[in-house]
Design a protein around this ligand. Structure first.
Ligand SMILES: C[S@@+](CC[C@H](N)C(=O)[O-])C[C@H]1O[C@@H](n2cnc3c(N)ncnc32)[C@H](O)[C@@H]1O
Ligand code: SF4
Length: 419
């Protein structure tokens, strides 16, 4: 009997197949008959294959089957990877693919002309908030695919960006999805902490995937702040807003407290939908006070609900102009004594910094190579001048060389149409 164990991996037996779960978020399924066939080709035996206690068990005495099958699994993993939370296919972006990590908003890095750099190692989310600006989660109707960026490759690009942007940076882990899905989240925080140009490491998260151990690990690795998306303190309303019956509000509240106790500052960040949860504003403030949120930065970051073209826009959501939203916040400041609620960049030590120079001008026609499928129907990702470009309304395929017209360059996110 041989036991195959791989690092950060456990195997589950599904009857006809075995499921390999890698670093919590990713999985791949291998048919048992396929694994048996692979063994038979080399060893001329057909051993039984099962999974038990996280290991793959092969009923044979050949000692090197273990190594052989481990290599086979690793070689075939890339093509089979899926996101455990969304069930979507995952493209694993690594150095060998030579895909630029600037230019696209679903993965990589984003520079919006300040000392804050957004870092997106993963796409996909475990929740399905009814107002989600990026229509994320397992019930998404628009997102077809997820990406995971290899940690070494992400850090390599971050380093290049940090050289240009200079010292005193805030590295902000966020995403079109939930950054805690990133399989290398703790290592990423650790690597950023060691970077000489990084001052602050923060994360935007729904908090559901935290547990006591992960909180400790993230704190130890050097995470400074979590902007925690918490939209109701009523368990039933929270389930409705987060789009999941299994949303465990109490767990998220406990984790908020655990973060503060571990020395990670918390900023409570509710999305306010007037008529739905604006009446909870004082309760959010009270909760933030009680747990000791806002030690180095503001304790609350109320967000006004905004409809997005590719987001979920519930009909119950009433829009409130920003002028009115800020008036509402000022009244709350007066009433509760909690300040600041109207947040300004300086509250976060944010300052303007020169943009990384744009690689394209709007209207420019460029020849580019299609390198990856996009997340949305009709969208492909192309590269030119060491930048990624989202090409919309295209039927091009990976490998094609196409002529495109750049239609948008805002904040170094490039969108183009075929010509
Ligand atoms: C898209 S989420 C990604 C990070 C993480 N999944 C989370 O929810 O914190 C980023 C932030 O945008 C907020 N948000 C989502 N949809 C929104 C909308 N339609 N209007 C305003 N804020 C929104 C979320 O609550 C969250 O604070
Ligand atoms: S708002 Fe955040 S937590 Fe909610 S579905 Fe979107 S990405 Fe997920």
């Amino acid at each position: 009997m041989i036991e195959v164990k791989l690092p950060h991996t456990y195997f589950e037996d599904l009857g006809e197949s075995v499921r390999l779960i890698w670093r919590d978020t990713l999985y791949a399924e291998f048919e048992k008959s396929e694994l048996i066939q692979v063994i038979k080709r080399k060893y001329r035996v057909k051993p039984e294959v099962t999974a038990r206690d996280g290991a793959l068990i092969i009923d044979t005495d050949y000692s090197d089957v273990e190594k052989y099958i481990a290599i086979y699994i690793q070689n075939n993993l890339g093509a089979l990877l899926r996101n455990r939370y969304t069930n979507r296919k995952v493209l694993y972006i690594h150095e060998g693919m030579d895909v630029p990590l600037l230019g696209y908003n679903a993965f990589g890095l984003i520079d919006r002309g300040t000392n804050l750099i957004q870092i997106r190692g993963v796409s996909g989310c475990n929740l399905s908030c009814i107002f989600c600006s990026v229509d994320e989660g397992p019930y998404s109707r628009t997102r077809k695919l997820d990406y995971v960026v290899d940690i070494d490759y992400l850090i390599k690009w971050f380093d290049d960006v940090a050289q240009i942007k200079g010292k005193g940076l805030e590295a902000h882990l966020d995403g079109q999805g939930e950054p805690l899905l990133y399989p290398f989240r703790v290592e990423l925080v650790q690597a950023l902490r060691e970077h000489p140009n990084v001052r602050v490491i923060s994360m935007q998260s729904n908090g559901t995937l935290l547990n006591d151990r992960l909180v400790e690990e993230l704190a130890e690795a050097g995470l400074d702040r979590v902007n925690l998306s918490l939209h109701s303190l009523d368990p039933e309303k929270a389930k409705m807003l987060m789009g999941r019956k299994d949303y465990d509000l109490q767990h998220v509240l406990d984790m908020a407290e655990a973060l503060v106790n571990a020395g990670v500052d918390v900023l409570i960040a509710p999305v306010i939908i007037f008529g739905i949860n604006d009446n909870e504003a004082e309760a959010f403030i009270e909760f933030a006070r009680r747990i000791g949120a806002g030690k180095r930065w503001p304790a609350l970051g109320f967000q006004n609900y905004i409809p997005y073209k590719f987001g979920r826009n519930p009909t119950i959501a009433k829009l409130v102009p920003f002028k009115k939203f800020y008036e509402w916040l000022r009244e709350l400041e007066q009433k509760t004594g909690m300040k600041p609620l109207v947040l300004k960049p300086h509250h976060f030590g944010m300052e303007k910094r020169e943009f990384i120079p744009l690689a394209f001008r709007p209207g420019e026609v460029v020849r580019a190579e299609v390198v990856l499928p996009g997340r949305i129907q009709g969208e492909m990702l192309a590269k030119a001048r060491n930048r990624l470009i989202e090409v919309i309304n295209t039927d091009a395929e990976v490998g094609d060389r196409i002529k495109i017209k750049i239609v948008r360059t805002r904040h170094g996110i490039y969108i183009a149409t075929p010509i």
